[in-house]
Ligand binder design. Structure first.
Ligand SMILES: Cc1ncc(COP(=O)(O)O)c(C=O)c1O
Length: 422
């Protein structure tokens, strides 16, 4: 049975808005050509009324789908009380949120709240540098190591920590003190780089933008020991992989390590902008009055929603359904592949799944994702060769089935339109 809802021409209201966007926005994004208008659960609807199954969650953000009733209630309750005070004054929601994050993490002593993933990493970059400075290290001994394929954000320091040259080009001079390990998941490569110059290693437990590449078992443990040998801090960037997405609240717990710093954002606010840096004992006193700050960080409305979100995201029900749905999605993708032979590898953890395209389809991930969108399912890409699936963690089995059947329609059409690949 086909579940296809092939794209009708854009309605005039949508076309007019897209035209305005193209006229008025800076040109750093290239959104797909529809106007999303409303959402419910794992479904989105555009201005022309077309339905999409959301297997993207706004890039791992809307982890409880759209319009979750408990989040709406938290939002409404706080928005009627108090929106903003700045960090010159205390309010209750961010205090409760920090307490809950400390409790859930099991390692953190303190929390710094900000507005995005980039800001959480920017805070971590400053923290690890200051930690080293407080230990008497000169600037030459405050080097940060990150891995090829990593993504840590877009501000100048965070993008410099992002070890992908394509994000650096044109923004030079980049801040000094960042070095890159050319191979992720390679003990020999990283151990040859760590020295008394190293003040921190930044690592994603599953590289997201870099192609959905999980750290291999034992790799984070290895990094932990390398850091301990030279007095460096281990910073785990859980901005994409955290908050229940890989089947546990924090992905690092699957490797049995104790990090020094963990950065969070994306699903922390389930759609509202908030980020956090969790700091373990070693560096818990590093930030002192005046070290760092943010006008909006820890905003009471964002914090109230985040507090509600993490209560749900850390529930047994979510972790069990993530694990079950991982198997369902992998099996369906595998069956499409047995039929269509388009993927060279299916990988990932929990509901963070990547399908790498075979060499015949190299560079075509974006075209396939756009065709999938026309068929009524939203999927992401991770680089030019990988389709990436990040559905809401509370997606139903029926929605997965419907969404992936629409993806299959797109794959079938794509293959048929590439005669040399058929
Ligand atoms: C692992 C990781 N770190 C940092 C960031 C940057 O987060 P933001 O876009 O909220 O600044 C991202 C965003 O994709 C990410 O995936």
């Amino acid at each position: 049975m086909s579940t296809s809802t092939t794209q009708p021409p854009l309605g005039s209201a949508s076309a007019a808005l897209i035209h305005k966007a193209q006229q008025f926005y800076t040109l750093n994004y290239k959104p797909r050509e529809m106007i999303l208008d409303r959402g419910k659960g794992a479904r989105l609807y555009d201005l022309d009324g077309k339905e999409y199954i959301d297997l993207s969650s706004g890039i791992a953000v809307s982890s409880l789908g759209h319009q979750h009733p408990k989040l709406l209630k938290a939002l409404h309750r706080q928005s009627r009380k108090l929106w903003h005070t700045s960090n010159v004054f205390y309010t209750e929601p961010p205090i409760r949120l920090a307490e809950k994050l400390v409790e859930l993490s099991g390692f953190a002593r303190r929390v710094y709240l900000c507005n995005s993933g980039t800001e959480a990493n920017e805070a971590a970059i400053k923290l690890v540098r200051k930690y080293a400075a407080d230990k008497g290290r000169d600037p030459a001994h405050r080097e940060i190591i990150s891995f090829a394929g990593s993504f840590h954000g877009r501000t100048l320091a965070a993008v410099t920590a992002t070890a992908q040259p394509k994000y650096h080009q044109g923004f030079e001079p980049l801040p000094p003190g960042f070095v890159y390990c050319s191979k992720f998941n390679d003990e020999a490569a990283i151990s040859s780089m760590v020295s008394d110059k190293t003040c921190a290693i930044f690592v994603e437990p599953v590289q997201g933008e870099g192609g959905v590449v999980p750290a291999k078992p034992g790799f984070l443990k290895y990094l932990r020991s390398l850091c301990d040998n030279v007095g460096a801090l281990l910073v785990v960037d859980e901005i994409q992989a955290g908050m229940g997405r890989t089947g546990t609240m924090f992905a690092y717990t699957q490797d049995g390590i104790v990090p020094d710093v963990v950065t969070l954002a994306k699903a922390l606010g389930c759609g509202l902008p908030i980020g956090a840096m969790l700091v373990g004992e070693k560096a818990s006193e590093t930030f002192q009055f005046g070290s760092h700050g943010s006008t909006f960080g820890g905003n009471p409305v964002m914090s109230a929603v985040a507090l509600e979100a993490i209560k749900i995201l850390s529930s047994k029900q979510i972790s069990e359904s993530v694990q079950e749905n991982h198997i369902i999605m992998m099996n369906m993708l595998d069956s499409f592949n047995r039929e269509l032979d388009m993927f060279s590898e299916l990988r990932g953890r929990g509901l963070m799944i990547g399908a790498e395209l075979k060499s015949t389809y190299k560079g075509q991930a974006n075209a396939i994702a756009d065709l999938a969108r026309k068929e009524g399912v939203l999927v992401l890409i991770a680089g030019p060769d990988v389709l990436r699936f990040l559905p809401p963690l509370n997606i139903t089995k029926k929605e997965i089935n419907r969404g992936l059947l629409r993806l299959r329609n797109a794959l079938v059409k794509f293959k048929a339109d590439m005669p040399h690949a058929a």
